[in-house]
Write a protein of this length. Structure first.
Length: 299
């Protein structure tokens, strides 16, 4: 086995995305110690042959690679920074990889603090959803130095199929923000088009097939169809359970709009998509898959 295969990986954040990512690292032969606030997630890692620690700092203390997958910017900053953070407890030679989706400015802030302490750090948010996480086919959008990216690739390749080096610190988060803003806009547009066809007596399967071969073709239509019964593998056909939650999409659209304001960029459709998802969440759909906006007639 290669030297990398013996690496001790600390994986902090074993949620819907983090757990299958950590399991794929285990399957690849790496030694993985995980930590999460939800005991059931930790139990699943243990059952697969992983290890656990009493707390996050104990997990990172001996690790040569630290991977984090957390909900938001405040969680990442809280975990990495300060006297009780990862930067104060990790091994001096540890490679730090944050796969959370957070604000680009927050990613740059944490990376700068890491650099001051001599750490190599990458922001490496992902795309591909829970199915991609389980299958090991995620897309990684990575920000950081060339050397850090090269060092991280053997680990990222065990969790994803497409690994892109987007640029310096924060670039991975910038790409993710732009991508998910477009995804949210596309989902709403796809829902409107299918609902319009249904209102005119169209079979949504036929309509989707035709649009999928025409200029309206897009990922939400072909891979993640929002209309129940059109695509067996899509969350829409299991009552919008699982997948990528409405509140997570709302968070990402918020990051996009906030970044647009900070950079003086106009994102009129991004603003509208955020408002529509906000209304959908407030109506009680926050935990459903984001394609459930198909049910919201105002979207």
């Amino acid at each position: 086995m290669t030297q990398q295969s013996h690496a001790e990986i600390a994986f902090i954040g074993l949620g819907n995305m983090g757990l299958p990512m950590a399991l794929n690292l285990l399957k690849a032969g790496f030694s993985v110690s995980g930590h999460d606030l939800v005991p059931a997630a930790v139990e699943k890692l243990l059952a697969a042959g992983g290890r656990t620690s009493a707390d996050a700092m104990s997990a990172v203390a001996g690790a040569s690679v630290v991977i984090t997958m957390l909900p938001a910017s405040r969680h990442v900053e809280g975990l990495y920074l300060g006297d009780k953070g990862i930067l104060a407890h990790a091994r001096a030679d540890a490679l730090l990889i944050d796969c959370s989706t957070i604000a680009p400015d927050s990613a740059r802030k944490v990376a700068a603090a890491a650099a001051e302490r001599g750490f190599e750090m990458l922001d490496a948010p992902v795309s591909g959803g829970t199915n991609g996480a389980a299958a090991g086919t995620l897309t990684f959008m990575v920000g950081g130095s060339d050397a850090s990216f090269a060092r991280a690739r053997p680990y990222l390749e065990k969790m994803g199929k497409a690994i892109f080096h987007a640029g310096g610190s924060g670039a991975g988060q910038t790409v993710k923000v732009c991508n998910n803003m477009l995804l949210g806009i596309q989902m709403i547009g796809t829902c409107e088009a299918i609902r319009l066809g249904i209102a005119n007596g169209m079979d949504p399967k036929v309509l989707s097939e035709v649009m999928g071969k025409s200029s309206g073709r897009n990922w939400t239509l072909e891979v993640y169809n929002p209309c129940p019964g059109v695509m067996d593998t899509a969350p829409a056909s299991r009552d919008y359970q699982g997948g990528f939650g409405v509140d997570l999409m709302l968070k990402d659209l918020g990051l996009a709009v906030e970044n647009a304001h900070a950079t003086g960029t106009t994102v009129a459709l991004g603003e509208l998509a955020r408002a529509l998802y906000q209304k959908h969440s407030e109506a009680g759909a926050g935990a459903l898959d984001f394609s459930s906006i198909f049910r919201a007639p105002e979207a």
